[in-house]
Design a protein around this ligand. Structure first.
Ligand SMILES: [Zn+2]
Length: 177
């Protein structure tokens, strides 16, 4: 898509789309030595205007303002993406393990997903009411915790005894608070 250039330099044949550009070209390339003007920015303004306070640097300010607006728009878009990812991660975390959902927001999730205490906590949260250690152990295994440890009920009992949000209500029987 060639742009039509209709202003031709009589000295070297270069063509320009705007008369002003040819004029600048003439004054920088073909003016007698000593009279050449320095290569000027595309938009030429009267000297007084460009030095005038406030009004003089308007084009630059406009361009900077446009850049700033563009960056701000990009930041807003990134913020939106980050928020969307946060939401997705939170949603996945919630569905992957209810053990990681902390109610009340008082303390952070105490146990890593997949650990025995995490399974115990999950069982205690889904079982409202008193539950015996052996039943918690069975539920933990049923929920997917892998263990062949014969002493697992004893370990579960120790965790239950020390677990926040769980209290002992009888011999080997606990319930979530
Ligand atoms: Zn020329």
């Amino acid at each position: 898509m060639a742009k039509r250039k209709s202003f031709k330099c009589p000295k070297c044949g270069r063509t320009f789309g705007m008369a002003a550009h040819l004029g600048r070209h003439m004054s920088t390339m073909h003016a007698p030595k000593g009279k050449r003007t320095a290569p000027a920015p595309t938009k030429r303004r009267p000297a007084m205007t460009s030095w005038a306070p406030f009004g003089g640097h308007r084009p630059i300010l406009d361009r900077l303002g446009a850049c700033r607006d563009e960056l701000a728009a990009q930041r807003a878009a990134l913020d939106a993406q980050v928020a969307a990812l946060d939401q997705a991660i939170t949603a996945l975390g919630g569905s992957v393990g209810s053990v990681q959902v902390h109610r009340g927001g008082r303390r952070p999730p105490a146990f890593r997903t997949g650990t025995l205490p995490a399974y115990i906590r999950q069982v205690m949260h889904s079982h409202r009411g008193p539950i015996a250690v052996k039943d918690v152990t069975a539920a933990v295994l049923k929920a997917g915790y892998k263990s062949r440890d014969k002493a697992l009920p004893k370990t579960v009992g120790k965790y239950l005894a020390a677990m926040p949000g769980v209290r002992k209500v009888g011999h080997g029987v606990y319930r979530a608070k």
